[in-house]
Design a protein around this ligand. Structure first.
Ligand code: PLP
Length: 468
C-alpha cells in the first residue's frame, strides 16, 4: 500500500465510501465517516509537512488502507449500543454517575413485561379506561398509611408540581436553614420561583423557631414547606421546630404542610448502623399534608418522585396541567410497582439491592475480597485486601462512612499508572469502575453483586495482562 504524503494524494470521499458499502449502513453515515477520516489524515499530513521535527512518526504511515480502517473505527464508535453495563466497585451505593439505585430482578422483569403492550391504562377486569398511576398509588397508600398517592418523573418534579398546583402566585414559608441546594442545581429558591410561588424565608441559618413560621403567616400564605437537609448537617448552636410543631401551626391557620423528604426511606436506616433518616411513614403520621420523596435513593427503585398525603391535595396535583408533563412512563411504573411489592411482602432487605448491600457484613466482604485475591494470584503480586469506606451517596445521608473491604491493586507492579489501569478497567468488558487513591486502584466489594465477582476478577486479569 502506497504511503500518502501530500493532501493532493488523499482519496476522494466517494472512493472511500465505496470501501465502506459492504457494511450495509445508510449512505450519510458512510459519507460522514469517510469525511472524518480524510479530514483527520489531512491534518496529520499538514502537521508533518509544516513541522516535521515536532510530529514524530509514531502515528504511523498514512495509506488508503489506514483511511478505510479509521473510517470504520468512526462508524464503530457511532453505532455502539448504549448504555454500557458497569460493575460498580466504588463502594458508593447510590452513585449518581452510575445510575443511582440498581434495580431488583423482579423490577427488571416487570420492565420487560411493560415494554410491549400492557394494561397500562386499562382495567383488565372491566375493559374500561384506568389511570396509569393507580397500581403504584395503591401500594404507596398501603405502605405509608397516607390517604392518597401519585407518582411523577422525579422528586424535583414532584416539588415543582406540588408548589405549582398549591401555591402559584402565593407565598410559601421555608426556614432559612432549609432553603438549600441538593445537587445538580436543585435549589429550593429556584424551584420555588419557577413554580410561580413566592419564597418567604423565616428564622436564621442556624436557628428557627415555631414562632418564626407563625409570625410570617399572612393572607397570601399558601403553604409551609419543610425540606430535609439531605446531604449536609448543621451542628452546634442550632434549632429547628419539630415536624409536629409545624403541623400544629398549619392546623391552626388551615395551611397545608409540604414535606420534601428527599431520600424517602420506607425502612429504618439505623438498622444498618446509619443515622436514622426520616421515614415516609413518620412524616405521614405526623399529619403532614403532602410528603414528597425520590424513587431511586434509599427506596431502591427507578427514578421517580412520589407524592403521598391527603386526598384533596393529591387530587389537585393530579388535575394540574403539569401533571401530564411530568408523568412517568410505563417502564418506570412497572419497575416501581415491583420494587414497592418487595416492601409489601416484607422481603425488601433481601430483594432490594440497595438495602441488601447496606446490610452486608464486613466479615463477609472480607472473605469475598480474599477470594478475588486468591483467584488473581497467577497475575502477579500486587494485590492487598484492605479495609475501606463505602458511602450511601446520591445526595442522601451525608458522607457517613460505612466500614467496607476493598481489593487494592498497585498498578506499578505491572508498569501501569493508576489512571492507565482505571482507564483499562473502565473500558474493559465488563466495564469496572473503582476508585483511584494513593496511586492505587481500590475495588470496594460492598457494591459488587455476588454474581458479578467472577466477572470483576476476569476484567482485572485482562486489564493487567493484556497489552494493547
Ligand atoms: C434528592 C432530593 C431532591 C431531588 O430528588 P430527585 O428525585 O433527584 O429529583 C429533592 N429534595 C430533596 C430534599 C432531596 O434530597
Amino acid at each position: 500500500m502506497e504511503e500518502i504524503r501530500e493532501p493532493k494524494d488523499l482519496p476522494s470521499v466517494e472512493e472511500l465510501v465505496k470501501h465502506l458499502e459492504p457494511l450495509q449502513l445508510p449512505r450519510p453515515l458512510l459519507v460522514e465517516a469517510a469525511r472524518s477520516s480524510i479530514q483527520e489524515m489531512r491534518n496529520q499530513i499538514l502537521k508533518r509537512l509544516h513541522a516535521p521535527e515536532a510530529s514524530s512518526n509514531s502515528e504511523g504511515e498514512i495509506s488508503f488502507l489506514r483511511l478505510v480502517e479509521r473510517a470504520k473505527q468512526f462508524i464503530d464508535i457511532w453505532t455502539r449500543s448504549w448504555p454500557v453495563k458497569v460493575i460498580n466497585a466504588t463502594g458508593v451505593l447510590l452513585h449518581t454517575n452510575l445510575g443511582r439505585a440498581p434495580l431488583s430482578k423482579a423490577a427488571v422483569e416487570a420492565m420487560v413485561n411493560a415494554a410491549g403492550y400492557c394494561d397500562l391504562e386499562m382495567d383488565i377486569e372491566s375493559g374500561e379506561r384506568g389511570h396509569r398511576d393507580k397500581h403504584v398509588a395503591d401500594l404507596l397508600v398501603r405502605l405509608t398509611g397516607a390517604e392518597a398517592a401519585t407518582i411523577v418523573n422525579n422528586n424535583a418534579g414532584a416539588l415543582f408540581l406540588t408548589l405549582s398546583a398549591l401555591a402559584a402566585g402565593r407565598e410559601v414559608i421555608v426556614s432559612r436553614s432549609q432553603s438549600v441546594e441538593i445537587g445538580g442545581r436543585f435549589r429550593i429558591p429556584d424551584v420555588m420561583a419557577q413554580s410561580g410561588a413566592f419564597l418567604k424565608e423565616v428564622g436564621t441559618t442556624n436557628r428557627t423557631y415555631a414562632s418564626d413560621y407563625q409570625n410570617a403567616i399572612s393572607e397570601s400564605t399558601a403553604a409551609l414547606l419543610v425540606v430535609h437537609r439531605s446531604n449536609f448537617r448543621l451542628i452546634g448552636f442550632v434549632h429547628d421546630p419539630s415536624l409536629s410543631e409545624i403541623v400544629e401551626i398549619g392546623r391552626l391557620y388551615n395551611l397545608p404542610v409540604i414535606h420534601d423528604l428527599g431520600s424517602g426511606a420506607l425502612v429504618d436506616s439505623s438498622m444498618f448502623g446509619l443515622e436514622h433518616e426520616p421515614m415516609v411513614q413518620e412524616s405521614v403520621s405526623a399529619g403532614v399534608a403532602l410528603t414528597l420523596f425520590s424513587g431511586d435513593k434509599l427506596l431502591g427503585g427507578p427514578q421517580a418522585g412520589m407524592i403521598v398525603g391527603r386526598g384533596e391535595y393529591v387530587a389537585r396535583i393530579r388535575s394540574h396541567p403539569l401533571f401530564r408533563a411530568l408523568r412517568c412512563d410505563k417502564v418506570t411504573l412497572a419497575a416501581m410497582h415491583a420494587t414497592l411489592m418487595h416492601y409489601l411482602r416484607g422481603e425488601e432487605q433481601q430483594a432490594v439491592p440497595v438495602l441488601w448491600m447496606l446490610g452486608r457484613k464486613q466479615v463477609d466482604l472480607y472473605s469475598t475480597v480474599q477470594s478475588w485475591k486468591s483467584s488473581l494470584l497467577d497475575c502477579g503480586d500486587g494485590f492487598e485486601v484492605k479495609e475501606s469506606v463505602s458511602k450511601v451517596g446520591g445526595g442522601s445521608i451525608p458522607e457517613i462512612p460505612i466500614a467496607s473491604v476493598a481489593l487494592v491493586i498497585d498498578p506499578s507492579r505491572w508498569n501501569l499508572s493508576a489512571d492507565e489501569l482505571a482507564y483499562k478497567l473502565r473500558t474493559g468488558d465488563p466495564a469496572v469502575v473503582g476508585v483511584v487513591e494513593d496511586d492505587k486502584i481500590w475495588l470496594d466489594a460492598r457494591t459488587v453483586m455476588p454474581e458479578e465477582g467472577p466477572l470483576l476478577v476476569q476484567a482485572v486479569r485482562r486489564s493487567l495482562l493484556l497489552r494493547d
